[in-house]
Structure formats: C-alpha cells, structure tokens
Design a binder for this molecule. Structure first.
Ligand code: ADP
Length: 223
C-alpha cells in the first residue's frame, strides 16, 4: 500500500472492531493488542460503555428497567463522548494505535432497531472521528445463539427484551439480533467495513486482521 492517508487529523491510528455480542471482538482485540505491542507500538484499548463517568449509571438504569429508547441513546452517546475526550483523543494525539471494541456503528444499529431516526443518531455522533480501519465480525444469528448460550447466556438488552419483540427469550434474541445484523449489513459499504467471516477460527481471523494492519504500518505512518 502506498500513500496511506489517515481519516482524521490526529497523529495516531484508529482501529475499530465491530460486531454483535459474542462475535469474537474482545478475543481479537487482545490478540491485535499483543501483536502491536510486540512491535513496540504504543497501544490504547477502549471498550464500549466503560466510561468512569457514565457506565455505572447505564448499568443501574438497565437493572431498574428505567431506559427508554431516547435515554438509552443519549446515555451511550455520553459514555462515548467521555471516553473520546479523556482516553481516545489524548492517545491519538500521542501517536498511539487506539484499538476500540465497538464504535458508533453499534449505536447506529441498536438505536435504529429501538426505533430512533437514523439521521438523529448520526447527528448525535457527528463529533466522532472516522476510524482508519473498521473490522466487522460477521456472524449468522443461529451460530451466535449457540455460542452465547454456551458462554454468557442471553442478556436482557442484547436480546432486545426491552423493545418487546417477543416474551420468549430465544425468539426475542433471534428477532433483535437479526434486525441489528440488517443494520450492520447496510453499514458495511456505507462505512467501508472490512467484513470478516466470524465463524472462521480465532487464528484465521487474527491473520486477516494482522494483514490489513500491517499493510498500513508498512507505509511507515507511525514511524
Ligand atoms: P465479544 O467480545 O464479541 O462478545 P468474545 O471475544 O468474548 O466476543 O467471544 C465470545 C466467545 O466465543 C468466547 O468464549 C470466545 O472464546 C469464543 N470465540 C471467540 N472467537 C471465536 C472463534 N473464532 N471461534 C470459536 N469461538 C470463538
């Protein structure tokens, strides 16, 4: 690759891993982080809904079933804004590789499925810098279901139970996740996702991601 151009005005590199819950994001994030650190790059990792300011409020509101579609959107956007200002931008300014588990595409998928107007959500996240790379882990819902049931179990919100698609946990998960997948599919070309088959082995997926990252690093952009 010649003449790689960043999609933002900062010194570092912004790399995002997107996908539904259980698609393998944190597994891949950890592997990429180690790979980059082994090459002596400064790496900063940040995950969706981990702001020290807001995340607890979201968890509390979820536990008490207090979130409606608008407060859901706004609180998640506030969580993101806090991490952007306090973690992501400072790290980018310092020339770090910033590795993110989910980005505003998650909000675009979930909020739209919860009935928000897409332009309203896009405007809400207008302040977010464009990432240099977005990996999307593509997973069919039936395989996702097996993986989730075998590990974390079905989460109330990740099953869209708050939206009221169905009182049946499995059915609700299926409908909600399929609707989210439709949104992600629509975003693939709009945002230039690098779509990776999430059913491949952990190593195969890692190798694909490494290849794309290495292509950019080989241009010497961070040297
Ligand atoms: P996410 O962060 O997207 O929720 P995780 O990385 O936590 O997903 O993975 C969910 C589960 O699936 C974990 O138990 C993980 O070990 C397993 N897993 C991750 N990637 C793969 C893969 N490619 N093949 C099979 N299992 C995987």
């Amino acid at each position: 690759m010649e003449n790689f151009k960043r999609k933002h005005d900062y010194e570092g590199l912004l790399v995002v891993i997107e996908g539904t819950d259980g698609s393998g994001k944190s597994t891949q994030l950890e592997l990429l982080k180690r790979y980059m650190q082994d090459m002596s790059y400064g790496v900063m990792v940040s995950e969706w809904k981990t702001s020290r300011l807001i995340a607890k409020v979201i968890d509390e509101a979820k536990e008490r079933n207090l979130l409606n579609a608008s407060t859901y959107s706004l609180l998640y956007a506030a969580d993101f804004a806090d991490r952007l200002e306090n973690q992501i931008i400072p790290a980018l300014n310092a020339g770090f590789i910033v590795l993110l588990d989910r980005y505003y595409y998650t909000a675009l998928a979930r909020d739209v499925v919860r009935g928000q107007d897409i332009e309203w959500v896009k405007n809400l996240y207008e302040f977010a810098p464009e990432p240099d790379l977005v990996f999307y882990l593509d997973m069919p819902v039936d395989i996702l279901l097996k993986r989730i049931i075998g590990t974390t179990g079905l989460d109330f919100y990740e099953s869209g139970r708050d939206v009221g698609f169905s009182t049946d946990f499995y059915k609700s998960f299926e409908i909600y996740q399929n609707r989210c997948l439709e949104e992600y599919n629509r975003m693939k070309s709009e945002y230039g996702f690098i779509s990776i088959d999430g059913t491949k082995s952990i190593e195969e997926i890692h190798n694909e991601m490494k290849h794309h990252v290495q292509e950019i690093l080989d241009t010497g952009i961070l040297d």
